[in-house]
Every structure is written in structure tokens, then in C-alpha cells.
Design a protein around this ligand. Structure first.
Ligand SMILES: [Zn+2]
Length: 58
């Protein structure tokens, strides 16, 4: 019993109890970094609508 779960980050190595749900501290840090990066972009860089490219009507 006890199924062997794979690390959610690298998906190749079994989860380590200490770093669940990751296999190592390294994978955990990579995952956190990815999250932080994604949040940073979403929060700090709003995507302008494609229509509102600075048009200057004559
Ligand atoms: Zn891993």
C-alpha cells in the first residue's frame, strides 16, 4: 500500500515527505519561482487590448 506519487514539478522522481508535493527543495523552489514570476507579470504588466494601438484621428 501507499502509492508512489511523482513530484509535481519534474514529474520524474518520487515525492519526498519533507518536500511534498515535490521531490526535493530544488523542485519546490522552482515551482515557487514560477508562481511568483507569473503573478508578477499579471500584476505589473497589464496587457493592452489589441484595438487601442495609439491611433491619431485626423
Ligand atoms: Zn522534482
Amino acid at each position: 500500500m501507499g502509492e508512489l506519487r511523482l513530484c509535481v514539478q519534474c514529474r520524474t522522481r518520487p515525492v519526498d515527505e519533507r518536500w511534498r508535493p515535490f521531490c526535493s527543495e530544488r523542485c519546490r523552489n522552482e515551482d515557487l519561482a514560477r508562481w511568483a514570476d507569473g503573478r508578477y507579470r499579471v500584476a505589473g504588466e497589464p496587457v493592452p487590448p489589441p484595438d487601442s494601438d495609439e491611433e491619431q484621428p485626423d
